[in-house]
Design a protein. Structure first.
Lengths: 383, 383
């Protein structure tokens, strides 16, 4: 199939592109390097240098024989979005093209506005490009488990039947996110649902938990194909931060009480999920939602896991609670359903000691590049 | 109190401004005349000529002795929004400044994008202006009953307690609107709720049904103070369209089956509701939601009411069903709760024969200006 990957330069976008190409699909990636610019401006560059998209496409071609087409441009510009969709006539559009940092979105007015406008404009332009120029294309949109927040009832997969005063109806599961970034994904969902039911688009919305991992079959072919590994407070997710702290010999910084529970998944499983969704698409007029995670644990449990793996490597890891920069519950109920993708065929890779040790070893090779200053929270929105 | 009215040139904005001024409050109105420009561009001007805001402020001052300050500018520009809020230091901000037409928002890509960007940008800038420059100001946001759509369970006032698998939690009532315009109000609600719970803003969100009426105590002082009376398919709501059709001697055009039920209110009651909300504000950190309507009926019932009133005036009114240009259920359950504003003190003005006859008589004076071409649907989004 023809696959168009919006945000193809990202931590998930690039490995996804290679994965589809390896499976014999015709892949085009599009990006405007927004994340690179924000990373430079905020001293948050990835630990390993990442070549440009066209350089990476060349390296991948040399190693695999597979071609990936690259287009650089801003998908907030409707003309560019429409051109790309017209030119590539995709069967599947994987939409990752959003400003992905919660702390950045909470830094101030300028950053909040940039996040809101970028994320909504790209989603809106993508919807209209499909409606006008590729009405049968299947949009796979990356949402986040963070859209739901931490409600005191079970989190269903996108939809919930509500029984109220003796009557019943089914609704989008109510959402209440913890940052403006996560809230833009809620708005995306609302927009997609409106256009799906009005114009019969076909959309899969993947509510993803925090992803970890730097190894995929394709990325492992060459160091230049490594996913962007961010460990800073802006782009680094909690697993990456802990791994780098373990290697750097500074305490793992748990935000607040550490009882925050989230659903995690390995980068390899993100690739599987997106492929499964693409190969078994949503129906016309369907907004299909999956919760994309393979296991849940608290931040404290995660810190203990990283410590356990680090200690086996002789790293002598410490754990320290620091003031929580975020506004979030530190003790809460958390019981998400996540059976849909397993039913489609997902074979999970869990966070074993082996997986953590392999990541620690790859980080250790780069330890001279670690700047521990950028790991501590530089943005606060908790009072 | 100091009251800032965003969108002060509108059908509701201008009467609200006069009403607050008459009660002794210090009022500033802001508008960029977007609705006037769209009305000109789409042949949808109001039936009665409406002077500019500064002319209306002069006429009102001459008739009442009350001052209303006028600022013309685009609230999508954050610098302008911030300046206005800094300069006026409002206690209350009434936010009407949105592109208000559902059909216009469904006309095509350009109009949809304009609606999304205008409505979200103004709400976002308003939130930040309050957060940064007037943190204690109370925002009164005009939402719409259309945010909820037509669910098969009772519509609560903004919030719902959900009992699910033996546990309970309270959520924003799920929303599923019928046009992009209505969907932008859903996004507004999501954004407001995020910033209310994160930064402790105080917000009242009024879920309003279709408003009718051209008479208020202040508007009746001079013909130049009349609210913008739109009867076209773009800006005219169903009551206004029916009244003009009755006067023009053309059949009242019911969209489809006519079983669509909505909650209506008199313009005088909108003014009461907004005043009551302002004088009894939401608490810090509260998103207070009221359903703003005083009675519900189907489109068929509404047509019969207008026919009844018209026949008393000897107008010999006919009713005709036409293809529904909108995508909406034509038979559905509809049971909204709307007790909150009554508890605050609202004294409803119902849609009596007297009220309809008075409106018909005022339309009849202008009957030579009626252009019946602009009443029929010019925008379709039903397949």
């Amino acid at each position: 199939m023809r696959v168009l990957i919006l945000g193809g330069d990202g931590y998930l976008g690039w490995p996804t592109a290679m994965n589809f190409a390896a499976a014999g699909h015709e892949v085009t990636v599009v990006d405007n390097y927004l994340r690179r610019r924000i990373a430079e401006a905020t001293d948050s560059e990835a630990l390993m240098a990442t070549p440009s998209l066209s350089e990476r496409a060349k390296i991948y071609h040399a190693n695999s024989g597979h071609e990936i087409s690259v287009r650089i441009g801003d998908l907030c510009d409707p003309e560019f979005m429409f051109d790309v969709v017209r030119d590539t006539t995709p069967d599947t559009i994987v939409h990752y093209a959003e400003q992905p940092s919660a702390p950045y979105s909470m830094r101030g007015f300028r950053e909040a506005r940039e996040t809101l406008q970028n994320n909504l404009d790209v989603t809106f332009n993508c919807i209209w490009a499909v409606k006008e120029h590729a009405p049968d294309a299947h949009i796979i949109k990356l949402g986040t488990m963070g859209e739901y927040g931490t409600p005191d009832i079970d989190i269903e997969e996108g939809w919930i039947e509500i029984e109220h005063k003796g009557r019943k109806d089914t609704f989008l599961y109510p959402r209440a996110a913890g940052s403006l970034y996560h809230t833009t994904k809620v708005l995306d969902t609302d927009l997609l649902w409106f256009y799906v039911r009005t114009y019969g688009l076909r959309v899969t919305d993947l509510m993803q938990g925090p992803v970890y991992g730097i190894s995929t079959d394709e990325a492992d072919l060459d160091p230049g194909l490594c996913p962007n590994f961010h460990y800073d407070d802006i782009f680094g997710t909690v697993v990456n931060r802990f791994l780098v702290q373990a290697v750097a010999g500074v305490p793992l910084t748990v935000y607040g009480g550490g009882g925050q529970t989230r659903g995690y998944l390995n980068l390899r499983d993100t690739l599987q999920c997106v492929r499964l969704a693409a190969e078994k698409p949503a129906d016309t007029g369907e907004l299909r939602v999956f919760n994309q995670l393979t296991e849940t644990f608290t931040v404290n449990e995660l810190a203990e896991r990283v410590k356990g793996a680090g200690d086996k490597l002789g790293l002598n890891v410490e754990i320290r609670s620091i003031d929580n920069p975020r506004k979030e519950k530190e003790e809460h109920y958390y019981n998400p359903v996540y059976s849909g993708l397993t039913e489609l065929g997902l074979q999970p890779h869990y966070m074993t000691d082996e997986v953590l040790i392999e990541m620690l070893e790859r980080v250790r090779v780069q330890s001279h590049h670690i700047d521990t200053d950028r790991i501590m929270p530089r943005v606060r929105w908790n009072g």
